[in-house]
Write a protein that binds this ligand. Sequence first.
Ligand code: COA
Ligand code: AMP
Length: 629
Amino acid sequence: MDEYEKAFKESIQDPKSFWGRAAEKIKWYDKWDTVLDESNKPFNRWFKGGKINTCYNAIDRHVEEGRGDQYAMIYDSPVTDTIEKYTYSQLKERVSKSAGFLRGLGVEKGDTVIIYMPMIPEALISMLACARIGAVHSVVFGGFAAKELAIRIDDAKPKVILTASCGIERTKVIEYKPLLDKAINLAEHTPETIVMKQRPEAETQLDGELDWDELEAEAEETECVELDANDPLYILYTSGTTGKPKGVVRDNGGHAVALRWTMEKIYGIEAGDVYWAASDVGWVVGHSYIVYAPLLSGATTIMYEGKPVGTPDAGQFWRVIEEHNVKVLFTAPTAIRAVKREDPEGKYLEKYDLSKFDTLFLAGERTDPDTYHWAKDLLKVPVIDHWWQTETGWAIAANFRGLTQYPIKPGSATKAVPGWDVRILDPFGGKEMPPGEHGVIAVKLPLPPGTFITLWKDEEAFEKEYMTEYPGFYFTGDGGYIDEDGYIYVMGRVDDIINIAGHRLSTGSMEEALAKHPDVAECAVLGVEDKLKGEVPIGFLVLKAGTERSHEDIISDVIGMVRNEVGPIASFKKAVVVDRLPKTRSGKILRGTIRHIADGKEYRMPSTIEDPEVLDEIKEAVKKIGYGE
Ligand code: COA
Ligand code: AMP
């Protein structure tokens, strides 16, 4: 057995001893009573009884252990032409003062705090400051519309919102205050305090908000509080199949143990290495791999405020790698496709020295074989696709820089990571499928530490949506297969979630926006293939009889409505008016068939279709918006 096989086998057969050992790498105030408590399935609890503080493990312990002068975080912002470096000691001071002002604002252990910030150091500092005092943070991505922010405010009920005056998207300065004001107007819950980090690119006139810099300057440094291993660390909302996002809850103990383990075994990172996840703190990748995992490991993390292209050019990834000696870059395939589109021959790369660069990790969507080969040939380092979800917090399938590294099969996320007993089940009946056959992907319980412990204030939905359909398994919502060698192929969602540029969005929430248009009788939104973003949404509208406005105007209205209600990140740019939608005899819209038509793929006539002729109308309709060929 190779190293991976040994680890995998132990993690499944004796998870308590496997993760108990991994937990020794974390500093505990008090050790756990039991490694894994399965007395209240499926609400399993890791390290129950343990006492811990995640911020202490991410910052203070490194200062105590002599890493105080090592860089903890490098903020690299081509959009503001800034590079700032923070040692562990400097970060400790800023985080403990920020925790101090939060305390001063009445934030106590268990209170919630929403962080609505762009990729600036204060975003990371806010998260750690909350963790320091046991407040539960919920970061909201800047590209969401005010309504999405309002939904999160009402669900999380924050005592305080931490925000900044603006974000910068390429050359556009996006003011946050109007969005925040609108969200607070829409929400029923009102936070007690809003703290604003003023940025020189767009200072905001404060009306009631407190100034971050003033608060921090006057604050006292605050120590870490002792928390239970199972106390919540954060809530992160992610798209479900309806308009209501799901509040994924992560606890402190299992999260710290699992993330630290992954840094060593999956990414091959040790203390002192430089690790860069080119994502955003608003997404799970940002939580796990910009903030927590690199710092828990004593590495240096990069906060990059820019894009792969256009800020200002397609050479920025390579510049950052050279300039800060990055060992591992983690990004989404779409980012690599964006670079490839601008610089297909990789000319920018010639300007930089990437000799310290060791591995490119990709996730967020499946790495298509073309992107894999392009990156591999250009960079001449391993390119590793790995599969995970907001719910899981870390990779379910990967290849391993710190265990056995397997030959890559392009299109596969390689093997199940230790801790994950991955099975392919028949969607009709739940029987396990033989190698090579497609089905839904499920994970046998118990899940390893560091995944979601529940949905915020909604245990029922946690059970119903993930744990009930296939009893004894976690239902991932993805479909795919496992080959004879145990390689996992994740082929896409089996529900109404779509993946736009590595961002997870619900077609349901877009349909809700469309349905509000007074002229729309019925609608459907579905994801179609896109060369750059992987998938983009397109809308089909059936109008009410007697509608007087032109189709063009209605389409432009609904595009604006999705932008306003869901956000620009939904990239909803195309819709078409049709007379009717193809449906089954029981009235279900045949989304899969429409999607095949739009993608120009072969499709089978569904036996349950109500009227086959509708499909010809759909073919004509998608042609009008440039699809179906
Ligand atoms: N705040 C406000 N608006 C935002 C935003 C933010 N934080 N992030 C994105 N937007 C806006 C963009 O400005 C754009 O608006 P537009 O319609 O006015 O142009 C829209 O949302 C779509 O943004 P994006 O998906 O970034 O598309 P793009 O065309 O600007 O860039 C890529 C394309 C591929 C370069 C970009 O999607 C990318 O960098 N992807 C990597 C994704 C990633 O890291 N995912 C994390 C998972 S690992
Ligand atoms: P998110 O919760 O935003 O991280 O999105 C999770 C979803 O993205 C998964 O359920 C998959 O559908 C998709 N995904 C993420 N990484 C991969 C990958 N490496 N291969 C295939 N799909 C992926």
